[in-house]
Design a protein around this ligand. Structure first.
Ligand SMILES: Nc1nc2c(c(=O)[nH]1)N[C@@H](CN(C=O)c1ccc(C(=O)N[C@@H](CCC(=O)O)C(=O)O)cc1)CN2
Length: 303
C-alpha cells in the first residue's frame, strides 16, 4: 500500500506502539524472573496447515523469545480430533512451566472452537476467549482480554485524549473482535453501536461513528463515504490479495485511499492492528504469569 506523505500525520503507527509495549513487557518479564526465578511461558497450538495461521504462530514464537519469555509450539496435523486437542490442553493446563495457552483460530471443521477455548484454564486463557474471561469482560470485571480488541483500545487511547461520550461504531460482531471491543469501549464511556451482517444500513451507521472499528473480513467493504469526517478509523481486517503481476499484498476491510482523506486518524494495513495483536498476547502472558507466580488474584488490570 502506497501512503501519501500528506496523510502521515493521520496514520496510527501500530508497529511503533506495539514495539514500545513489547519493550515494556520484556522489562517486566525480566523483573518477574528476578523476583521469582521463573520465566513466563506461552504455549501456542496450531491445528492444520493454513498458511496465514502458520505465519502468525511463527511470529508469535519469535516475539515471545524477543520479550524474554519461553515459547512452546504445538503444530498438529489437520486430521487431529477434538479429543486429541482437548487432551493436549489438559496437559498444558497442568504444566507449571506454562502460564498462557492459545489455540490458533480458525480450527478445522471437526473441532468446536467454543468447546476448545472453554477447556483452557481461565487463568491461562491469554486469548481471553473462554466463557470465564468473556463473562468478566461483560460484567466490567478485570480479567484476560482478547488481544485484538485490547490492541485496538490501546491504539485509540494513544490517539484520542478522552474516549468518554464518543460514539463508537463497530462493524462486525464476532466473538474474537466485535463483541469484546463493544464491551471495552462501553467500559471507557463510549456510546457503542455494533453493526453486523443483518444491519439494514451499515453505511449510515458507520457514518455516525466518532470512532469506527471495522472487523468483517471483507476487504475494502468500508468506502470513503462510510466515514464521518474527522473520525478515528481502526481497520482490523487483513486479507492477502493477488495482484495482476502475480505478487500479493495485504489489504484491510477499509478502502484506505478513500477513507484516509476523510478520517482524522486511521490505522494502515499492514502495520496497524496486526502488530498490536501479538504485543497484547505478550502483555496478557505476562499478566497471567504474574497472577500465578506472585500468587496474586487472577483478576488483574488488562491495560
Ligand atoms: N486464537 C486466535 N486466533 C486468531 C487471532 C487471535 O487473536 N487469537 N487473531 C487472528 C490472527 N492473528 C493472530 O493470531 C494475527 C493477525 C495479524 C497479525 C499481524 O501482525 N499482521 C501484520 C502482517 C503480517 C503478515 O505479513 O502477514 C500486520 O497487520 O501488519 C498478527 C496476528 C486470527 N486468529
Amino acid at each position: 500500500m502506497k501512503h501519501d506523505p500528506a496523510l502521515s500525520g493521520k496514520l496510527i503507527d501500530g508497529k511503533a506502539i506495539a514495539r514500545r509495549l513489547t519493550d515494556r513487557v520484556k522489562a517486566e518479564a525480566e523483573a518477574l524472573r528476578e523476583r521469582t526465578g521463573k520465566i513466563p511461558g506461552l504455549a501456542v497450538v496450531l491445528v492444520g496447515d493454513d498458511p496465514a495461521s502458520e505465519v502468525y504462530v511463527k511470529n508469535k514464537a519469535i516475539q515471545t523469545h524477543r520479550a524474554g519469555m519461553r515459547s512452546f509450539m504445538h503444530m498438529l496435523p489437520e486430521t487431529t480430533s477434538q479429543d486429541e486437542l482437548l487432551e493436549l490442553i489438559e496437559r498444558l493446563n497442568a504444566d507449571p512451566q506454562i502460564h498462557g495457552i492459545l489455540v490458533q483460530l480458525p480450527l478445522p471443521r471437526q473441532i468446536d472452537p467454543i468447546l476448545v477455548t472453554n477447556a483452557i484454564a481461565p487463568h491461562k486463557d491469554v486469548d481471553g476467549l473462554g466463557e470465564v474471561n468473556a463473562g468478566r469482560l461483560s460484567l466490567g470485571i478485570d480479567g484476560l482480554v482478547p488481544c485484538t480488541p485490547l490492541g485496538c483500545l490501546m491504539l485509540l487511547k494513544e490517539t484520542l485524549p478522552d474516549l468518554r461520550g464518543l460514539h463508537a461504531v463497530i462493524i462486525g460482531a464476532s466473538n474474537l473482535v466485535g463483541k469484546p471491543m463493544a464491551q471495552l469501549l462501553l467500559k471507557e464511556g463510549c456510546t457503542v453501536s455494533v453493526g453486523h451482517i443483518d444491519t439494514r444500513d451499515p453505511r449510515g451507521l458507520a457514518r455516525e461513528g466518532d470512532i469506527l472499528v471495522v472487523a468483517t473480513g471483507k476487504n475494502g467493504l468500508v468506502r470513503g463515504d462510510w466515514v464521518k469526517p474527522g473520525a478515528t478509523v481502526i481497520d482490523v481486517g487483513i486479507t492477502r490479495i493477488a495482484l495482476p503481476d502475480g505478487k500479493t499484498r495485504l489489504v484491510g476491510d477499509v478502502a484506505f485511499d478513500e477513507a484516509a482523506p476523510v478520517a482524522g486518524h486511521i490505522t494502515p494495513v499492514p502495520g496497524g492492528v496486526g502488530p498490536m495483536t501479538i504485543a497484547c498476547l505478550l502483555h496478557n502472558t505476562l499478566q497471567a504469569a504474574r497472577a500465578i507466580l506472585d500468587h496474586a488474584s487472577p483478576d488483574h488490570k488488562a491495560s
